[in-house]
Design a protein around this ligand. Sequence first.
Ligand code: SAM
Length: 284
Amino acid sequence: MGEASPEALQGEDWAGEMGARWLANLDRFEGMIAPIGAALLARADYQPGERVLDLGCGGGATTLAIAEAVGPEGEALGLDIAPMLIAAAEERAAAAGSRARFVCADAATVRIDGPPFGRLFSRFGAMFFPEPVPAFANLRAMLAPGARIDLAVWAHPRDNVWMMEIMGVVRAHVEVPPAVPRAPGPFAFEDLGYLEEVLTAAGFSAFEAEAHQGVQAVGGPGATPEEATAFALASMAAGQLLAEQGEAVLAAARADLEAMFARHHRPGEGVMLGCKAWLVRARA
Ligand SMILES: C[S@@+](CC[C@H](N)C(=O)[O-])C[C@H]1O[C@@H](n2cnc3c(N)ncnc32)[C@H](O)[C@@H]1O
């Protein structure tokens, strides 16, 4: 068994490597988390005329949906640090004739001109701030007093069977140091109490969370075990760790991932594994 290099475990570089990975696998990532996005959008229940900031909007799928809901009197602005994702989102909006607009900037420090936003939305775009309290305080400064925020954040990995299963296979082939609690990354807010602390320290109130539990299609709806394996290896940091161990380790891990995904494959649906996210609401 090999050991992970420190480089492979550094924070996620969304403006560079990680943004490029997300873009290269955009349909598969978005397909996988579409049910959570739909649940968060339903909970947010945007109305015509609202002005909404979509934090960490990625390829902009949710921004386009919000633009549709708020209509021509409203506004949907997608904000993301990754230039290649903002470019893709702008292309999509143009192709769809959407009124969604996009800004490429670091949400921790950006100031967007114009009147304050009445709402803030984020599907898995709020967990990557190295210093979350000043970042959320900066976002709050762009919101109207009392503005509602709706965030989806991953619950603990132990409740995310998809992650446990993938990491179980990876750990059989490479030594992965334990995760640092609260470090920026997909599971930064696995402890919901910590997210409440951060939001409260940043000036938000009326914190409320609802669990969203279900199954999700790893690699997107309809993916075969082979496609889900290729997706996991190409898109997750764990794939990079395995690739660093050389071809023999990578090939053995690929075979084990395919076998594991095959056990969860439902024809017509895809590789279906359990997931849990928190749908969080608070007020500025
Ligand atoms: C897991 S992806 C989610 C993308 C999108 N919300 C979706 O659901 O399809 C996380 C997104 O957050 C963005 N992001 C990370 N740190 C950011 C920051 N400091 N400011 C703005 N965007 C950031 C990334 O570039 C990436 O697009």
